[in-house]
Design a protein around this ligand. Structure first.
Ligand code: FE2
Length: 393
């Protein structure tokens, strides 16, 4: 067991089916909220936005809605949202929806209290890595998807469109103060997006387990999350209103978010961000699925040790004479899971990504999110990253 680690997890998590209504009486961190939602219609259509506004009102909180966030959120909307928050005197933000809305609410919370441009504070790529001097507005996260784990981590993933940079940024101020995780809000997700989002959570857990900055608490969460997703994601995909499956997936996602907070994602995530920075129509989870077999097969051949535990958590029988052979049992489990959620035919080429882009993508991944390559259990060279991309076609 690792003997040196930091444990910091400051978010209060209110978890369980039907618990959104407690927003009407929970202690909240302010009196006027900026509610951040996506540009699409779903938060309105399913009544989630109206419910949040009325529960806040019951709790004595006024609200203003900012509804411009794109599925792959962009930096321009961060500045715009922060301006709306300042002009209306909002003293906290509520991120309602998928990862894009909640991540944006975190970035907006920072920019509502700090001068300049959001990209001044981002580290990596062309970000200036400036210190967040003034803290951030308190953040309340209400996820309606099970995948990003953003309700339990400090990360905000935002794209700078003109430079094709998609970078995760976070600091101690960007952990949500409160997250309400209500699996009943997740039954409206389509089978396709349930699969993408669920696999995002799966890879947070897997990467956090493999990353060299793993620690005892992240290990416990990661292995439980992997086990739950292997069992319940196919059920949630097949039967969207299976509340037991939705509840298991909601916890698997939140739990994997805790993994992201205590450990870290790996370069698999950097490589996906490069793909969806150049091809914003690629959903994050889909990008991860398409890269995963090539990526983890390579990684398992170089640093097999911890893959064996992951294969066991997936219920795979371990066979093989060497650690390298045993580690491949995880790849077998991964392929099986991808098939069980109906994603076995997903290909980068279906999204217009070309094999010739491999080097551009590899350079972008290493330039913009190079930090994650440093926590990989094996240090990849540029050539190896290119080879992994090429292995996805
Ligand atoms: Fe992710």
């Amino acid at each position: 067991m690792k003997g040196n680690f930091n444990y910091y997890m400051p978010t209060e998590i209110v978890f369980g089916p039907g618990r959104l209504k407690e927003l009407s009486r929970l202690p909240l961190p302010g009196k006027k909220a900026l509610i951040v939602i996506g540009k699409g219609n779903s938060m309105k259509k399913y009544g989630y936005l109206d419910r949040v506004i009325s529960y806040l009102k019951e709790n004595g909180v006024e609200s203003v809605v900012f509804d411009k966030i794109l599925p792959n959120p962009i930096a321009d909307h961060v500045g715009e949202g922060a301006k709306v928050a300042r002009e209306n005197g909002c003293d906290f933000v509520v991120g309602l929806g998928g990862g894009s809305s909640i991540d944006s609410s975190k970035a907006i919370a920072v920019m509502a209290k700090n001068p300049g441009d959001y990209w001044d504070y981002v580290s990596g790529g062309s970000g200036k890595g400036k210190k967040v001097e003034n803290g951030a507005l308190p953040i309340v996260a209400i996820p309606t998807t099970a995948g990003t784990g953003t309700e339990a981590d400090p990360w905000a993933v935002i794209t700078k469109v003109d430079t094709n940079e998609k970078i995760g940024f976070g600091c101690k101020y960007t952990f949500p103060t409160l997250s309400i995780v209500d699996p009943e809000l997740m039954v409206t997700n389509s089978p396709e997006f349930t699969a993408y989002q669920g696999m995002d959570a799966f890879f947070h857990a897997v990467e956090g387990y493999l990353a060299v900055v793993n620690q005892p608490a992240s290990d416990v969460h990661a292995l439980q999350s992997v086990k739950l997703i292997t069992e319940y994601l196919p059920k949630a995909v097949a039967q969207g209103n299976d509340i037991e499956a939705r509840t298991a997936m909601a916890w698997a996602s939140t739990s994997a978010g805790i993994v992201e907070s205590l450990s870290s994602c790996m370069s698999h995530h950097s490589m996906e961000h490069a793909v969806s920075a150049y091809h914003p129509e690629v959903p994050h989870g889909a990008g991860l699925i398409m890269l995963s077999v090539s990526y983890f097969s390579f990684m398992a051949s170089k640093a097999p040790e911890r893959f064996i535990d992951l294969a066991e958590a997936m219920g795979e029988e371990i066979h093989g004479n060497t650690k390298e052979e045993q580690a491949q049992c995880f790849i077998k489990g991964l392929k099986k899971l991808i098939k069980n959620i109906g994603m076995q035919d997903l290909k980068l080429s279906n999204f217009g990504v070309k094999k010739e882009e491999a080097e551009t993508l590899a350079k972008n991944a290493m330039d913009t999110m190079g930090g994650l390559f440093e926590v990989d259990p094996y240090r990849l060279s540029l050539e190896e990253v290119v080879t992994i991309y090429e292995g996805c076609f």
